[in-house]
Structures are given as C-alpha cells and as structure tokens.
Write a protein that binds this ligand. Structure first.
Ligand SMILES: [Zn+2]
Ligand SMILES: [Zn+2]
Length: 428
C-alpha cells in the first residue's frame, strides 16, 4: 500500500512537472540525491514532454532535409535519386542510388535518365561524387552519365569521374566502349570548354570488369568491399552489386529475371534493392504495350511483382526495396498486391527522394524534402584559374561576326579586376 501511494504521488509530481515545463518551458533540474541515470531519464522525460506539447519549439522531424544531419560512424544513408522507367518523368527519374557511408565515402549506383537533378538536390559537394557503378548499359541506368560528368566537373569535381561497369559479350557491348564513345559524343562540348575553366574534372577513369564474375571483388578501399555477380537481362552483360562495410551489407540489383546468384549473394543483406516491374495489365493499359511485348518485357526480361516477392522471401533482407515502376495512387496497390502474394517482410515501394538510414539497430525510412532553388554546394577544393592558352579560337568568319560590345562590357572587367587585383582583358 505504501509502495503504491509512493508511485501515485511520484506520477502526479511528474505530470505536474511536465505540465509546468510545457507551459513555461522551464528546465526541471532533478533532485540532487537522485542517481545520474535516473536524473537524466527524469529530465529527458520532462523535456520530451515539453518538446511534444510546446507551441514554439520544433518537434523531431519525420523527413530528411539534405545537408542537415551528420552520419553516424557506423551508419549508411541511401538516397533514391531515380526509381522509375526509361521514360523519365517529373516525379521519377530512372535508376540511380546514392549511398553515403559514415567514413565519408559516397557511391553512385547507376545514373539513369533524369537523375542528375536529383543528385543536385542532395547538396553533396561534387568532389565527393566521383565513383559510379553501372549495373548495365541501358539508358535508364546510365543515361545521365554525360550530365553528371560535365555538370559535376563544372560545379566542383576537380578530378576524373571514375566509372565501374561490366564487360559485354563483345568489346562494343562493354562499359569501356560505351564511355569511350560517350566521350567522343562530347567532342564539341569538351573542346569548347578548353581554357575557360579548371578542366581537371573533364576526364573519365573506366574500370571495366568481367560480367561473368560470380561474387568477385570489383572495388576494395577504405574498409569498403564491392562485389559483382551476373544478372539475366536483355543481353549478356548485366550485373548486380553488393557493398559491405563495417558489418553492414547493401545490395543493389540491376535489371534481371530472378537469378540464382542474387538468391545466394544477396542473402543477409541489411538492405536489398531489386527491380520490380510494372504489372502486365499496367504495361498494356497505361504504357500501350502490345500484350505480347508486355508479357515478354514484364515477366521475362524483368522481374514481375510476384517474382520480386518470392526473391525477397528467399533472401530475407532487413529491408526489401522495390523499384522500376511508376509509383502512383492508381497503380501501386496492384504492385503491392503482387508482392504481398509471395512476401510478408519489411518492404519499401521506392519512389524518388526516399531515404534510408541503416545501422545495426534499425533501418529508418523517410522522404527527403528538396530545395528547388539549390545551387552547387561549396567546392571542397579551390578551382584553378583556366589556362587560356588552351582556348580554341573561332574561325575568322565567326569571329568577324562579333558585334562590338566592348565599351559596355569593360566596366564589368574593371570592377572584377579591381576587386580581385587582376588584369584580365576582353577577347580580341
Ligand atoms: Zn535494363
Ligand atoms: Zn531498367
């Protein structure tokens, strides 16, 4: 009886303290004789109550704002920068995944069509975004490589863009060939930039590996190991990846028909991404595919939702992530129904800007809020002034078409020369 009344009185005191703290936001100092742990717990309980009911203090966020949260030493953060289809749309770019580790390393897995602007939304300095791993060479998985390459170099990546990707059954179906010809496609672009900006970033470093390698290491540095195994998709040459670091395992499955290697090497993943395609009726009704194409593409070249569920039931990740479908109010329930017919574990139906924080203890899923007016984040390395001798001149004919604006441009030169102690001159 005595014990009970003590509890009741203590409870009433706590309620009053909480109420008072809420009203006046006075920090309650626990009694001096209380043990430090109890004192801290009491204080935090009261403060938590005050936070929850205060009309002026912020509550804990349930969204992710870029550039606002440190990453724990043993924590991973994954940001979906593209989750949709080859036909990119405002709501969903094509496949792109940005993985950040607590040691500062950052990796891009795929850079599909439309993903460059999602990458910009993360507000990560471009010098940190120099490693890209490609699952295969469909445009919805590497269509924005040129944008990341040029845009990144222009905005602060003062080093080559490093690309890892699979070989193909013939040399011209491999990553080296694709990147080499992408560089050729950019001949005019790159020549026109010579002598205008720091050009150290306008280079690729390609690491092509054998697509037939089964769970082979393709990258190992700074405690991070990335492995590759084959996928079955469209042609020989598609792959999937795992990344292991500090006892955490992240798996990124590229496009594939369900395959035995993923079943084996994606096991025990803390987070496993696997494609999950639009349903066949959706392909016919919404994408205007013929029934023949819808069946072939939706179930044989890709993974149908029911098959995605089966894959996840077999590998049992701490979090299963489905992507490669248009995630809409009128289509997602069909996709989920298919998945849930074969899988009842933890599931994220990915859409762009979804964010996962992964630790040993928990996988937290949120959405990122974005600033539409974002500018490039601060360069981590000072850009060098351009070597103007590398500038390729116009022909006489084109240069002769310049309408003389030198008198109205000159004040801009004068102001900058004075502010920065320079002696820059207009082009002749
Ligand atoms: Zn594909
Ligand atoms: Zn794809």
């Amino acid at each position: 009886m005595k014990k009970l009344s003590t509890f009741v009185i203590a409870g009433l005191v706590m309620l009053c303290l909480g109420y008072l703290a809420g009203l006046s936001r006075v920090t309650v100092t626990p009694r001096a004789e209380a043990s430090p742990a109890v004192a801290a717990a009491t204080a935090s309980t009261v403060l938590a109550m005050a936070d929850r009911i205060s009309p002026v203090k912020p509550r804990a966020r349930d969204f992710y704002a870029p550039n606002s949260e440190p990453l724990g030493r043993s924590e991973m953060r994954l940001i979906a920068c593209g989750t949709g289809m080859p036909t990119a749309r405002p709501k969903q770019a094509a496949s792109c995944w940005l993985l950040e580790l607590g040691n500062g390393d950052k990796f891009l897995f795929d850079v599909g069509t439309g993903s460059a602007e999602r990458i910009a939304a993360t507000q990560i300095p471009y010098n940190y975004l120099d490693k890209v791993f490609l699952s295969h060479l469909h445009t919805d998985h590497f269509g924005d490589l040129a944008s990341v390459f040029v845009g990144g170099a222009l905005a602060g990546r003062q080093k080559p863009l490093r690309v890892w990707g699979p070989s193909g059954a013939t040399p011209e179906w491999g990553t080296e060939y694709a990147v080499d010809h992408l560089r050729k496609m950019l001949s005019w672009d790159l020549a026109g930039r010579k002598g205008l900006t720091d050009d150290r970033g306008y280079h690729f470093e390609v690491n092509e590996f054998d697509y037939r390698g089964v769970n082979v290491i393709v990258y190992q540095d700074n405690g991070v190991t990335i492995r590759s195994w084959p996928a079955i998709h469209a042609l020989d040459g598609a792959v999937s990846f795992s990344l292991e670091w500090k006892g955490l395992k992240f798996v990124f499955g590229g496009d594939t028909y369900p395959n035995k290697w993923y079943m084996e090497y994606a096991k025990d993943a803390d987070l496993a991404i696997h494609e999950c395609f639009v349903t066949v009726p959706q392909m016919i009704d919404k994408f205007q595919f013929t029934p023949q194409s819808a069946l072939a593409v939706g179930t044989q070249i890709h993974t149908a939702p029911e098959a995605f569920g089966k894959v996840m039931s077999l590998i049992k990740p701490r979090m299963a992530v489905a992507y490669h479908f248009f995630n809409d109010y009128d289509t997602v329930s069909e996709i989920e129904k298919g998945i849930r017919s074969t899988y009842d574990g933890p599931l994220s139906l990915a859409t762009d800007y979804m964010v996962w924080n992964i630790t040993k203890d928990a996988v937290r899923t949120r959405m990122m809020v974005i600033d539409e007016d974002v500018w490039p984040p601060p360069a981590t390395e000072k850009p060098q002034p351009p070597d103007t001798s590398r500038r390729i001149p116009y022909s006489k004919m084109i240069a002769g078409g310049r309408y003389d604006m030198s008198d109205i441009i000159q004040p801009i030169y004068d102001a900058v020369n004075e502010q920065y102690g320079l002696d820059e001159k207009q082009e002749e």
